[in-house]
Design a protein around this ligand. Structure first.
Ligand code: HEC
Ligand code: HEC
Ligand code: HEC
Ligand code: HEC
Ligand code: HEC
Ligand code: HEC
Length: 415
């Protein structure tokens, strides 16, 4: 009895195991592996999923590596992507468990994605899964880049100073040797009493202070120190090119605007409609950071400051970087919305900066220089149609510089 029973049980389990394996394999076998599908999947993934998913890293949603083996089936994945709340509402165990695990965060419904597009996304996910996690070590330069330049030149100066001090000491020692050698040499000569007195007269402090060499050195030092202070104060008036203060929260544009490609206008909401670009309030940060509580570089430390500011209802005290004096008027909407100028033209490659740094001088000369060189953006702006026509007949020129619509008039920029 037992003898008969064991092999049959064994057979049953082997068959079940084989079935399980083949069905598992058939999951991933359905997924295309040709390069065309993978690259199509990559762009679909970047456009639709990247905001919340990474392949090897948990973000707002789970890491998608190996998901085709862990989810109930490929069909389940398709259904979930097209309408996750329907799958959750159907009481599907796996979906409900996942949903609770992710604090009931609703995944966007992608009803417009076709089945083969989803297979392309999975093809990309599978290709990345097979590659294994990349050594995606982001350099921890968040806090240091802003000061690196200054730090380097300071070190350089220190080396020069130490070198000069060593050379000075060497010179004194050599001079000392020379003096005593000379004295010994003179002692061997036949000198008059008067001459001997001069040779052996002690070097007194008074004689040093009175020497013209000493006076020259003192005057030189005082003058150059004074000159340096004057230059420094001059530099700090108005002109702040390169100014990059440390902020109360180590917010990085390189991560948000660069790596995650969040649009500048998502945070700087005033830029299209008003004078001021505006700095985002904590509420805008909380749209994402009520989910994302840990950063790759700074861990919980920096994001915790957002959460604290939010719960205490206190604004974050960001240090203002770009700042014109009160006498000048600058309007963002005029330049960005009407003029069609990119942020980067005036602010530099912000999306590559961990710490924002003022790129341009922001002097009157800078504004005027651009107004002289830049054509007015008249395309699709009915307001300018008449003006351009008049301008063309009057000057026979196709383009119209900002200068020619009054961009150099004092009152346009000064209150
Ligand atoms: C708004 C954020 C968001 C977007 C965008 C998003 N997801 Fe999700 N996704 C989630 C969350 C959160 C979960 C966890 C389940 C839940 O809470 O509903 C999830 C779960 C999943 C799962 C199940 C994972 C598992 O471990 O079984 C798959 C598969 C998935 N998403 C694929 C995609 C694909 C493909 C896209 C792009 C077409 C996408 N998601 C876009 C947030 C998102
Ligand atoms: C996720 C929100 C967010 C996004 C996206 C974002 N910024 Fe910012 N930006 C901030 C915050 C917060 C500050 C203030 C802290 C700082 O200076 O780093 C700031 C500061 C700045 C400043 C300096 C302001 C001052 O004090 O003079 C400039 C210029 C700027 N951003 C330009 C940009 C540009 C250009 C982009 C798009 C490439 C962009 N930002 C995208 C949040 C954002
Ligand atoms: C549209 C979504 C979004 C918004 C809005 C947003 N963040 Fe983030 N933030 C992210 C993502 C994604 C990360 C990356 C998490 C990681 O490092 O994996 C992040 C990371 C961070 C980090 C940690 C960086 C690290 O790697 O250690 C800080 C600090 C931070 N954000 C501050 C802010 C502040 C301040 C605001 C508001 C001005 C803001 N964020 C708005 C999405 C957002
Ligand atoms: C024509 C040049 C120019 C362009 C283009 C420009 N800015 Fe500015 N930006 C300035 C100047 C000048 C200031 C200082 C304004 C002041 O002090 O009144 C400034 C200040 C800022 C500030 C801080 C003060 C404020 O206004 O809230 C932010 C943030 C900012 N800009 C973001 C942006 C973003 C984002 C864009 C693109 C959508 C952009 N800027 C496009 C010239 C420009
Ligand atoms: C990168 C080039 C550029 C820089 C730098 C620049 N501007 Fe302009 N500015 C423009 C353009 C282009 C227009 C025309 C926009 C339009 O189509 O009305 C303009 C228009 C203006 C106008 C409206 C002029 C009018 O007659 O309607 C004012 C005022 C102005 N700028 C002030 C400033 C100030 C102040 C600064 C310096 C802080 C500055 N701009 C820097 C390109 C620039
Ligand atoms: C395109 C804009 C623009 C126009 C046009 C313009 N200015 Fe200015 N002006 C500025 C800006 C911006 C500043 C502040 C520059 C700074 O901080 O160095 C400034 C500063 C000044 C200052 C203070 C100088 C200083 O160093 O503090 C004077 C005076 C001045 N302008 C006079 C004029 C006169 C007079 C005209 C007309 C002939 C004129 N401006 C036209 C933008 C303009």
């Amino acid at each position: 009895m037992i003898k008969l029973y064991l092999p049959s049980a064994f057979k049953f389990y082997t068959v079940a195991l084989i079935l399980a394996f083949t069905s598992l394999n058939s999951f991933s076998q359905d997924i295309p592996s040709d390069p065309a599908a993978i690259s199509a999947g990559e762009s679909l993934f970047n456009a639709n999923c990247k905001a919340c998913h990474r392949v090897h890293q948990k973000l707002v949603g789970p890491a998608l590596a190996d998901v085709y083996n862990r989810a109930p089936s490929i069909d389940w994945i398709k259904a979930f992507i097209k309408n996750s709340s329907a799958v959750i509402a159907s009481g599907d165990d796996y979906a409900v468990k996942l949903y609770n695990e992710y604090n009931k965060t609703q995944m966007t419904a992608f009803s417009s994605l076709k089945d083969d597009q989803i297979m392309e996304i999975l093809a990309y996910v599978k290709a990345e899964t097979d590659k294994g996690p990349a050594q995606a070590v982001v350099k921890t330069d968040a806090a240091t880049t802003g000061t690196q330049g200054a730090g380097a030149s300071n070190q350089y100066l220190n080396v020069i100073l130490v070198g000069m001090v060593i050379i000075l000491i060497l010179l004194i020692v050599i001079l000392g040797f020379l003096v005593s050698a000379l004295k010994r040499f003179l002692d061997q000569k036949d000198l008059t009493e008067e001459e001997k007195e001069i040779v052996h007269s002690p070097i007194s402090a008074g004689s040093i202070f009175q020497s013209s060499g000493f006076v020259f050195i003192v005057v030189f030092l005082v003058a150059s120190l004074g000159f340096k202070t004057v230059i420094n104060t001059l530099l700090s008036i108005g002109v702040q090119q390169g100014y990059a203060p440390t902020q109360p929260i180590a917010f990085s544009h390189k991560i948000h605007a660069g790596q995650y490609e969040i649009d500048c206008k998502y945070c700087h909401t005033g830029v299209m409609k008003g004078k001021s670009a505006t700095i985002p309030s904590v509420n805008i940060c909380m749209n994402c950071h009520n989910q994302i509580k840990v950063g790759t570089i700074t861990g919980e430390a920096e994001i915790a400051k957002i959460l604290r500011a939010h719960s205490e209802n206190k604004p974050v005290e960001w240090v203002r970087i770009h700042n014109l004096p009160d006498l000048a008027y600058f309007n963002h909407a005029q330049h960005v919305n009407v003029g069609g100028i990119e942020c980067q033209t005036c602010h530099g490659e912000i999306q590559t900066m961990d710490v924002v740094r003022q790129q341009n001088l922001l002097t009157m000369g800078w504004c005027i220089d651009c107004h002289r060189k830049t054509d007015v953006n008249t395309k699709g702006n009915a307001y300018y149609d008449k003006l351009v026509e008049l301008h063309e007949t009057a000057t026979k020129k196709k383009t119209m510089k900002v200068e020619e619509i009054g961009g150099l008039e004092c009152a346009k920029c000064h209150y």
